[in-house]
Design a protein around this ligand. Sequence first.
Ligand SMILES: Nc1ncnc2c1ncn2[C@@H]1O[C@H](COP(=O)(O)OP(=O)(O)O)[C@@H](O)[C@H]1O
Ligand SMILES: [Mg+2]
Length: 178
Amino acid sequence: MSAEPELEDDLGDRLGTRGMKRVLTAHTRQDTTRYAQFLAAQLVPGDVVLLEGPLGSGKTAIVQDIAAAIGESAIPNSPTFILANLYDGGRLRLIHCDLYRLADLKEFMDLGVVDYMEDSVTIVEWGSMLRARFPDHLHIEIVPLVEEEARELRLSSASDRWIKVLEAMEFGTLAVMS
Ligand SMILES: Nc1ncnc2c1ncn2[C@@H]1O[C@H](COP(=O)(O)OP(=O)(O)O)[C@@H](O)[C@H]1O
Ligand SMILES: [Mg+2]
């Protein structure tokens, strides 16, 4: 097991001293879809997934893959003016938020989305402002690599359930926060 100090420090800062991370490499768009399908199979109502990564890194792509994997026929996108969309055509209700234009947590709370989160899976682009408010979230940082379709997907969480999922995954590199 190897730890990357930069990410470990980052996670330690916001989550305290415990947690787990797994780093996956997607060489192609299709690889990302496979990882998203794996994650989709783990999701339960109440889950919060926070996606971070630069513009065009694949945050919306992962939401689209997860939506398809749970049987939703509509294809999520990141609309210019709408901050949250609800999809209830799949085996789970999905809330997709893009908080790029939101100033702070209060603005998010004012949206009223929270009322639906307990019964839904909520996936949030640019959702770093929600980290402390939803401490059991799964965090996914997407890091574009040199080759066009290559991405590093850095999954991390401090919640017991996600820690078990990250430990059980049979691909990528696992590191423990202690
Ligand atoms: N491995 C990959 N994973 C995710 N997206 C990829 C990958 N390779 C290429 N892409 C492409 O990168 C783009 C990502 O766009 P998008 O998901 O809208 O990014 P974001 O929401 O992060 O701004 C899409 O056109 C997608 O097809
Ligand atoms: Mg997007």
